[in-house]
Design a protein around this ligand. Structure first.
Ligand SMILES: [Ca+2]
Ligand SMILES: [Ca+2]
Length: 179
C-alpha cells in the first residue's frame, strides 16, 4: 500500500522572515526564516513541493541579514529529488545595509532505511530520488555480499535478508522508472 504525500501545483510553503523597517531612523534587524519538519513514512512527491524560506533584510547598520530557513525531511523514498523537480527550495539568507548576509538555510535529509509499512528498504539505492539504471549497477557491484562482508552496503539489501542478491535487483525492477 502506498501512502504518498503530494503537493498541489501553485501551493507554496512560506517560512520566510520579515525585513527590517524601511523607515529612516527606525532601521531594524531582518528576521530569521523558520524551520519546517516533515515526516513521510512512504514516498514523498517533491515535484510541486515549493518552499520559500528567505531571511529578512537588515536595514540597521552593523547587523547582518536574517538566516535562511531550514527544512528537515524524514522520509522513506523521495519521488525525484529537488534538483530534478519543478521547484528548488529557496532558503537564501537575507542581505543587509552594510554587514553582509546571514547564514544560508539548508535541507537536512533523514532517510528511513527500513520502511515500517513494508519491512523493505527503498528501491532508490543511491538515494538520488529516481529508480533507474544506477540503482541496479549499485546492487550488481555488491552482488553476493553478505552483511558480514566489509563491502556490504545495507542500502542495496532491499529485502533485508542480509545478502545482496538477484531478489534485490528484482525489487528495483518493479519500481524501475516509476519516479
Ligand atoms: Ca536512484
Ligand atoms: Ca537482499
Amino acid at each position: 500500500m502506498r501512502s504518498a504525500i503530494n503537493f498541489l501545483p501553485g501551493a507554496v510553503i512560506d517560512l520566510g522572515a520579515g525585513n527590517g523597517s524601511d523607515i529612516t531612523g527606525g532601521e531594524s534587524r531582518g528576521g530569521n526564516a523558520g524551520v519546517l519538519n516533515i515526516s513521510v513514512l512512504d514516498l514523498m512527491n517533491t515535484t510541486y513541493f515549493n518552499i520559500s524560506g528567505l531571511g529578512g533584510y537588515s536595514s540597521v547598520s552593523g547587523i547582518a541579514g536574517g538566516n535562511g530557513g531550514i527544512v528537515q525531511l524524514t522520509f522513506k523514498g523521495l519521488i525525484r529529488n529537488f534538483t530534478l523537480s519543478t521547484y528548488t527550495p529557496k532558503l537564501n539568507a537575507g542581505s543587509s545595509a552594510n554587514s553582509g548576509a546571514g547564514t544560508a538555510g539548508r535541507i537536512i535529509y533523514n532517510k528511513i532505511l527500513t520502511n515500517p509499512l513494508s519491512n523493505k528498504r527503498d528501491a532508490d539505492v543511491d538515494g538520488d530520488g529516481q529508480v533507474q539504471v544506477h540503482d541496479i549497477t549499485s546492487i550488481r557491484d555488491l552482488y553476493n555480499n553478505y552483511s558480514t562482508d566489509n563491502t556490504f552496503d545495507e542500502n542495496a539489501d532491499i529485502n533485508i535478508d542480509n545478502r545482496i542478491s538477484v531478489t534485490d535487483i528484482a525489487r528495483v525492477g518493479f519500481e524501475f522508472f516509476t519516479r
